[in-house]
Design a protein around this ligand. Sequence first.
Ligand code: SAM
Length: 342
Amino acid sequence: MTTVEQSPPPSSQLRELVFGAARAAAVRAAARLGVADALDDVPMSAEELAAAVKTQPGTLRRLLRALVCQGVFTERPDGTFAHTEMSRLLREDDPNSLRYIALWCTEPWTWNVWPKLDEAVRDGGNVFQKVYGKEFFPYLNDDAPESAHVFNRAMTTSSSQSAKDVAKLLDLRGVTSVADIGGGQGHVVASLLEKHPALHGTLLDLPGVVENADPRLREGGALAGRVRIVAGDCREDIPVQADVYIIKNILEWDDESTRRALANVRAAARPGARVVVIENLVDDTPSMRFTTAMDLLLLLNVGGAKHTRQSMVDRLTAAGLVIGEIRPVNPYLHAFECTVPG
Ligand SMILES: C[S@@+](CC[C@H](N)C(=O)[O-])C[C@H]1O[C@@H](n2cnc3c(N)ncnc32)[C@H](O)[C@@H]1O
């Protein structure tokens, strides 16, 4: 039976650390094979699971053994495998599923850019363009449809989990319109419109993203009558008038893109409009390992960064916004409430 090891000595810890790719690959393989989906509450043998997910039993057992060491699945004394809290999160139908986040963090392009981290640290910029010959988002939407799908599902997962928190936090009394800039498939807009029956909303994101907007917002959807969907590039133009602009997990790319996006919000917004910027902060998070890893991935793919409270304040101030309260949305996200000056 495979067991979870407790606190190995430093030499083992470092050896394990440099084999992190194997752990990420094991989780990815399990997610792609659908192992967690095939297993429900009844424990199964490796042979039964292999038949269900169409793999060789011997190699599936090896994969499971590697995962069990990390607490993903457990092996019982009779040699059958059962779910743990972590393995359940790989199920597509779990209400808190992280299946698409697991796939997103391990997509094929990530394996091509990680080896260039020393280069990115030395030069201080993104390496994606050098590896793929174009910017990250155009590559994703034009050349890697499967990765784009995974990305959009992963964003939807994290948005749907945080959208309710955003809806709870935002005081929209007296507000008639909101706009979500780079709002992905529109989970935040949909949550806000559902909570506030008189509110109108706009969702702006890249064409390939909004064409797969949340069904509630698309023609025939319950909220379609109160939403406008704009396909566009917020670094070029934000042709949207709203009382409140939401910019969530967007300003993590290169500084010039952040500068242009904020300048376009300022140009579009009337004096007194609110701009709510929502970000994970690398200096205020309960999950430092995840956030610092994402920070490095953002350096590699878009030349970006997870912000500190101060680096966010600096950019919002430089854009001429008046910063009000900075409040936690949930343990992972902070909202910077800003106003467009008169
Ligand atoms: C990290 S996701 C965040 C999505 C959403 N705001 C959320 O919090 O779930 C970044 C989003 O920015 C969008 N995006 C990237 N470049 C953009 C651009 N130039 N103009 C508008 N949206 C863009 C992506 O398509 C994606 O939906």
